[in-house]
Design a protein around this ligand. Sequence first.
Ligand SMILES: CC(C)(COP(=O)(O)OP(=O)(O)OC[C@H]1O[C@@H](n2cnc3c(N)ncnc32)[C@H](O)[C@@H]1O)[C@@H](O)C(=O)NCCC(=O)NCCS
Ligand SMILES: Nc1ncnc2c1ncn2[C@@H]1O[C@H](COP(=O)(O)OP(=O)(O)OP(=O)(O)O)[C@@H](O)[C@H]1O
Length: 202
Amino acid sequence: MSLTIGLTGGIASGKSTVSKMFAQMGITVIDADIEARLAVEKGEKAYNDIVQYFGDEILHQDGSINRAKLGAIVFNNDEKRQALNSFVHPSVRNRMLAKKEQAEKEGEAVIVLDIPLLFESNLQYMADKVILVYVDESTQLQRLMKRNGLSEEEARARISSQMPLKDKIKLADYVIDNNGSVEETGRQLKQILDKWDVERAE
Ligand SMILES: CC(C)(COP(=O)(O)OP(=O)(O)OC[C@H]1O[C@@H](n2cnc3c(N)ncnc32)[C@H](O)[C@@H]1O)[C@@H](O)C(=O)NCCC(=O)NCCS
Ligand SMILES: Nc1ncnc2c1ncn2[C@@H]1O[C@H](COP(=O)(O)OP(=O)(O)OP(=O)(O)O)[C@@H](O)[C@H]1O
């Protein structure tokens, strides 16, 4: 029996920062954002659904999806974002479950599923325990604007397309406060893994 940990948070809250720490401990991480990219490659069903719904204008010249253009549309329009989710999410779920099964077959004791929309999409059933990476809204806004080069308005639109982080606190088994330094975040992660008796390489 393996332990499956769901790792969630909000946009730019620090999930990738924490998932890198898991990977450094030799723990398998399955990342929903990566699977979502693979799911919309040319020739995939979700790709065809997206082009049919949004039109050719969201494509680069080489036929791949222009993510900046698609993002600018869906983070400002609930209905279009729901449509995109309905095209992409089933494939992301299937890909993640297949990878999880594979890791279990290979005898992995601990598997991490990094899923930004875990609570929004009611995916709690996929994990035994859920860790939330939390930051307050002003830190989230600053880090998102800086990382993605977005205006405040664009960054706020992205943040408000997700369940507020403070509402996710009560849904999680454990909350990592990532307002401080990366080192402090690492210490909190180690504490929880000790509490759950998770063996790892240090
Ligand atoms: C809208 C798209 C084209 C923007 O691409 P971009 O490269 O700019 O962002 P990236 O994919 O790296 O996502 C960054 C973050 O945005 C947030 N985000 C992405 N999609 C969504 C969404 N549909 N709703 C709310 N937040 C989202 C997540 O926190 C994610 O970690 C892309 O995110 C996408 O195809 N989204 C739909 C699939 C999805 O829901 N992915 C999230 C995990 S399943
Ligand atoms: N404790 C920290 N101190 C300072 N900067 C941080 C800290 N944690 C993360 N960051 C920075 O904040 C940004 C967002 O972090 P990260 O990419 O880990 O978030 P994420 O939740 O994976 O984001 P997304 O879901 O949007 O992909 C990055 O630029 C990262 O370097």
